[in-house]
Design a protein around this ligand. Structure first.
Ligand code: FAD
Length: 496
């Protein structure tokens, strides 16, 4: 049995000091004074990172004279981001439930925006945000791996402590964060199955309709009248080698877009533009959507979002008679050669990566389905969480591969390129960045201006990792499944 965490542990634990994430106070005035805004900015990618950054730029007086362009490979005019972006889906979990207090603090700040449900600034209005409650849970086991990294159980218990601290800070009753110390109590509290051995329900978390939220946010950015949107695919970054500057992007159709500052925010496609080997990798994650009846919807309407970090399976409460299950896992990699090498450091001993894992989505192949083995596992995962007899033999009406930009620690990369001037990178979402839509752009712009929030300075900085051969897997305690699966091999396998 895993050791039980008691209220005494919580009260004596030194960790729940949730930071109020604002730009670094130290030297921030000096940084702002020295900062000169570029005349033109090109943001590559209109997902959470790109769109939120564009909006934040329009609000900063320092950038009042800067022209801002957002480029996205979306094939549909006026549709930003592309429909296969990881920021687009029927739902995304909105939770400040993190083991890391820095992300817990930033997520709490974001959640204040999601909770706005009326008025012109109401991101969470018109059903975009639902505070259904959220169960974060794990199976019994040790608290640390042999290499000292957190296990899923340790992640959940630490997150529970942070959630209690947050409830206290926000003046919510502590019993709005309810601990469940056995599989029996997990089932009792959730009304679902005995799908984990230890967990807690945070009543103050929920989920967002990701597609509707992105659409609302895009229209808000358009309404500023400050941002030009451009449909097109950047094939490579343009450089002036003599001055070591990035000068813009060359598109697949031969067009060149010039800018004083290029921001690479292309999600899981970013490693195809900028050499991020050993820092970030595209991993394909699986989702299944099951059609249910009106009656089944009524039965399940009140369930919370449920996630077992040991297995990675999570279920979002149904809407419009569709139930969604997904797996937060190590995922699949898809290493392929590129027509143009990603921009690296000239003469680097590492050389150019020969193969780069890159997204393969329903826009590349309209008939794409997920590997048969994972479809089977997703169904089993769903049945364990929701053991409704009616759903026992039902299959998915639709599946999807969605791409994380994974980093070894789950931290994002929000930093200038160490070699190329005029290039900033904002990516590395690692499967958890959606919830930060209303705040992430402000943090990115702070970092552009040299005022990166103190808690994130080390986490988000460009990292040079020597061991290029070592495959990247995210080891923040939140991942499940098998490591190193190659998408192409798994797609070829047949389900038993
Ligand atoms: C299955 C799944 C479940 C998730 N669940 C959650 C969750 O519950 N909660 C949460 O907070 N987060 C979740 N996430 C993570 C979150 O969705 C991502 O971290 C976030 O959306 C990443 O945003 P992004 O801007 O980096 O990438 P994207 O949204 O993918 O945007 C990148 C954009 O760049 C464009 N682009 C790419 N290459 C080029 C190019 N060469 N030229 C022009 N444009 C280009 C693409 O078209 C795309 O629109 C989940 C992700 C997945 C895949």
């Amino acid at each position: 049995m895993a050791p039980a965490v008691t209220m005494a542990d919580v009260l004596s634990c030194p960790c729940p000091v949730l930071p109020d994430v604002t730009a670094t106070a130290i030297d921030s005035d000096a940084a702002a004074r020295n900062f000169k805004a570029p005349d033109s900015i090109l943001i590559i990618g209109a997902g959470v990172f790109g769109l939120s950054t564009a909006f934040a730029l329009t609000k900063r007086p320092e950038f009042a004279s800067t022209s801002i362009t957002v480029l996205d490979r979306s094939p549909e005019t006026g549709v930003f981001p592309a429909r296969d972006a990881s920021s687009v889906d029927s739902s995304r979990i909105i939770r400040p439930d993190y083991a890391d207090p820095a992300y817990a603090g930033l997520a709490a700040k974001a959640q204040a925006h999601w909770r706005q449900t009326s008025g012109p600034d109401a991101l969470g209005g018109e059903g975009r945000y639902t505070e259904s409650g959220f169960v974060l849970a794990a199976n019994d086991g040790p608290m640390a791996r042999p290499d000292g990294t957190l296990t899923a159980l340790a992640y959940v218990k630490t997150s529970w402590v942070n959630a209690l601290a947050l409830a206290q800070r926000e003046g919510r009753p502590l019993n709005s964060v309810r601990m469940m110390h056995s599989a029996w109590s997990v089932a009792k509290v959730t009304g679902a199955g005995e799908f984990a051995d230890w967990g807690y329900l945070n009543e103050a978390s929920g989920w967002a309709d990701a597609e509707a939220s992105m659409d609302w946010y895009y229209k808000r950015v358009v309404a500023t009248g400050r941002v030009k949107f451009f449909n097109g695919t950047a094939e490579s970054l343009e450089t002036d080698d003599a001055t070591r500057r990035v000068t813009g992007a060359r598109l697949k159709d031969g067009t060149t877009l010039s800018a004083d500052l290029a921001i690479a925010a292309a999600g899981a496609w970013t490693p195809t533009l900028v050499d991020l080997s050993s820092q970030a990798v595209a991993t394909g994650q699986v989702l299944g959507y099951m059609d249910i009846t009106e009656e089944e919807q009524k039965k399940l309407e009140k369930i919370p979002v449920m996630l077992n970090l040991s297995t990675g399976f999570f279920v979002i409460p149904p809407r419009n008679r569709v139930l969604k299950v997904a797996r937060h896992a190590y995922g699949y990699i898809n290493p392929k050669p590129l027509s143009k090498s990603p921009l690296g450091v000239p003469g680097s001993a590492k050389g150019q990566p020969k193969l780069v894992s890159q997204p393969y989505t329903h826009l590349d192949d309209a008939n794409l389905s997920i590997p048969p083995e994972s479809e089977k596992e997703l169904l089993e995962g769903l049945r364990k969480i929701i053991p409704l007899p009616e759903l026992k033999d039902r299959s998915f009406s639709r599946t999807r591969l969605c791409w994380y930009t994974d980093t070894p620690t789950g931290d994002w990369i929000v930093d200038y390129h160490p070699y190329w001037q005029g290039l900033f990178v904002a990516t590395g979402g690692s499967g958890h960045a959606f919830k930060f839509l209303p705040v992430i752009g402000d943090s990115v712009v702070d970092c552009i201006m040299g005022k990166c929030p103190e808690q994130f300075q080390n986490k988000w900085k460009w990292k040079t990792v020597d061991n290029i051969e070592k495959a990247i897997v995210t080891e923040d305690g939140s991942r499940a499944g098998q490591q190193g699966l190659i998408l192409e091999d798994e797609l070829k396998k047949h389900a038993n």
